[in-house]
Design a protein around this ligand. Structure first.
Ligand code: NOJ
Length: 576
């Protein structure tokens, strides 16, 4: 086999045209800034602490604005930073127009937004309005008596009617979404923790309050909205009985209920249509049709679908690349003509990207992190990348439940104990999948606490920070960080990576994910070896390839129409 350095011009092109015909030129579909965006997600509690209290804050993010700019990303999504008792780290909001004091002040927020805009970076606000905190004034009023004007802001069930039909709660320690409240002898509904009562979207006053809140932030200049858990906002408020065991498939019963589209259309009319903003809801319906109904332009609801099918594939025992390929390919196909997707494999509700989808061993962490970032940034859809993945941060090892901070982990543990499940397996699964894995402090340098804080970090810094940090990688042209920056630049410089048609190659190859992106007469070939061993891909229809545009190794082996890839090797070739 002939070994050829990528710096050598390898030869010519012509792909997918075994009959020698050039592919018909594809048109650039509706071009829009949010389709071209690269979103960088920041978990504010863990990014940078400016005042030594161990908790990240807005001033800390401001200190790092030039770093964010250096990544090349064009948009920042910040997880909630509103006033909150922090039962669920800000996803329990007690005042939607105030800043959590640990994070700073409204002036800090204004400065942050200004600093981002000065750097041509847009901002996405996380809007948490399926539920509020039980400490929100609305809920305090609502629970005070059955006659309170705020009562109908939430869902209540009078106890004299008996216990309401079972509803499953994701974070409740008993899994029960009905919480009895003695003050008014009633139950209230909470799909998440009991401190997160669900808002009643049937009440027009609630909807008006929410739109006013959104306009308050849009008037400040935020450029986008992410709607937390919004698929669940509409409910059948007669609360009928669901079949036994429905909780195993609760999305079917909770998501996309009647009324949801009316709320979204109204929100669009009242808020989105009045500003140049993008919108994305967490979740994308229960099937493709529902996803389209959320985001197709003619629906006038949302812009970007955020589907979990791919992210849910990683399991402690591993995952099948064929399944991953199939999932991304099917979603792409379904959205190739209409609608728009987000592309992501990690966020604050997941463990770390490289630990779940790559290989976080000493030997392969670097290559597999680069591979995953190459993948995310070469797909069609708006990439959402999560802080720390640009340097290959990994899961943290916790041995005991006392180390976890996440309400989902702690209450999940209590539930598992009460149900007598195998606690050894529970802990080992938690170690792999816990959200705390993805929330450890950003690793800036090799000084104490990775320069995240001068105090005691709210969640421990991963022990590997001396090896894995921004400062070390900044200086190394071959680091994961600099590879990420190159890949971002490549996407921004090549419209084909944003708008080009996607075509899967060698579908049944269990090791290599290969596809092309084509726009007009331009084609880019993407080759990704997802395994820890060499892998070969036969591409008979490709006669020749040009010089690699990016490669996480120094070379690649090419022999006629077959290409041999090193473990976790990821390469892009321009084919014409
Ligand atoms: C989804 C958010 O992403 C998650 O972090 C939160 O716990 C729940 N919604 C409840 O708001």
């Amino acid at each position: 086999m002939k070994k050829i350095l990528i710096h050598t011009l390898l030869a010519l092109l012509l792909l997918g045209c075994s009959n020698g015909q050039k592919k018909e030129a594809s048109m650039v579909p509706d071009k829009t800034w949010w389709k071209e965006a690269i979103v960088y997600q920041i978990y504010p509690r863990s990014f940078k602490d400016s005042d030594g209290d161990g908790v990240g804050d807005l001033k800390g993010i401001i200190e790092k604005l030039d770093y964010i700019k250096s990544l090349g990303v064009t948009m920042v999504w910040l997880n909630p930073f509103y006033q909150s008792p922090n039962v669920d780290n800000g996803y329990d909001v007690s005042d939607y127009k105030a800043i959590l004091s640990e994070f700073g002040t409204m002036e800090d927020f204004d400065n942050l937004l200004k600093g981002l805009h000065e750097r041509n970076i847009k901002f996405v606000l996380d809007v948490v309005v399926n539920h509020s905190s039980d400490q929100h004034e609305w809920f305090k009023q609502a629970r005070s008596s059955r006659n309170n004007p705020y009562r109908d802001y939430y869902h209540w069930w009078p106890a004299e009617k008996g216990k309401p039909n079972f509803r499953y709660s994701l974070f409740d320690e008993k899994g029960d979404a009905w919480q009895y409240d003695s003050i008014s002898n009633s139950y209230y509904l909470h799909y998440f923790a009991k401190e997160q009562p669900d808002l009643n979207w049937e009440n027009p006053k609630v909807r008006e309050e929410v739109y006013n809140i959104m306009k308050f932030w849009a008037d400040k200049g935020v450029d986008g909205f992410r709607l937390d858990a919004f698929q669940f906002a509409a409910k059948d408020t007669t609360f009928p009985k669901f079949p036994d065991g429905f909780e195993k498939d609760f999305i079917q019963y909770y998501a996309m209920q009647d009324g949801l589209h009316d709320y979204l259309k109204e929100m669009n009319e009242e808020v989105f249509s009045k500003y140049d903003v993008m919108s994305v809801a967490e979740g994308a319906g229960r099937n493709f049709q529902e996803a389209h109904e959320l985001v197709d332009a003619d629906r006038k609801e949302l812009n970007i679908a955020y589907a979990f099918d791919a992210v849910d594939i990683a399991k402690p025992e591993g995952y099948s690349l064929l399944k991953l390929k199939n999932t991304f390919t099917t979603w792409d196909k379904e959205f190739s003509k209409k609608g728009w997707l987000s592309i992501f494999l990690s966020n604050h509700d997941q463990a770390r990207l490289v630990s779940r989808f790559g290989n976080d061993s000493e030997e392969f962490r670097e290559a597999s992190s680069k591979l995953l970032n190459t993948f995310l940034l070469s797909m069609r859809g708006t990439p959402f990348v999560y802080y720390g993945d640009e340097i290959g941060m990994t899961n943290i090892e916790f041995d005991s439940i006392s180390q976890y901070k996440d309400v989902a982990a702690i209450n999940g543990y209590k539930k598992a104990l009460s149900e007598g499940v195998d606690m050894h397996k529970f802990m080992s699964d938690l170690n792999f999948a816990s959200r705390d894995n993805g929330r450890t402090p950003m690793q800036w340098d090799s000084s104490e606490n990775a320069q995240f804080t001068s105090g005691e970090p709210w969640l421990p810094v991963n022990d590997n920070y001396k090896n894995i940090n921004v400062s070390v990688q900044d200086k190394d042209p071959n680091s994961i960080l600099n590879h990420f920056r190159k890949m971002v630049k490549l996407r921004k410089d090549n419209e084909v990576l944003v708008y080009g048609d996607y075509q899967l190659l060698d579908e049944n190859n269990e090791d290599v994910y290969a596809f092309t992106r084509t726009l007009n007469n331009e084609t880019i070939l993407v080759l990704l070896n997802f395994t820890n061993h060499d892998a070969t891909i036969e591409l008979p229809e490709i006669s020749h390839v040009n010089q690699a545009m990016i490669n996480n190794y120094h070379s690649v082996e090419i022999n006629h129409s077959s290409i041999q890839l090193k473990p976790y090797q990821g390469i892009l070739f321009k084919l014409n």
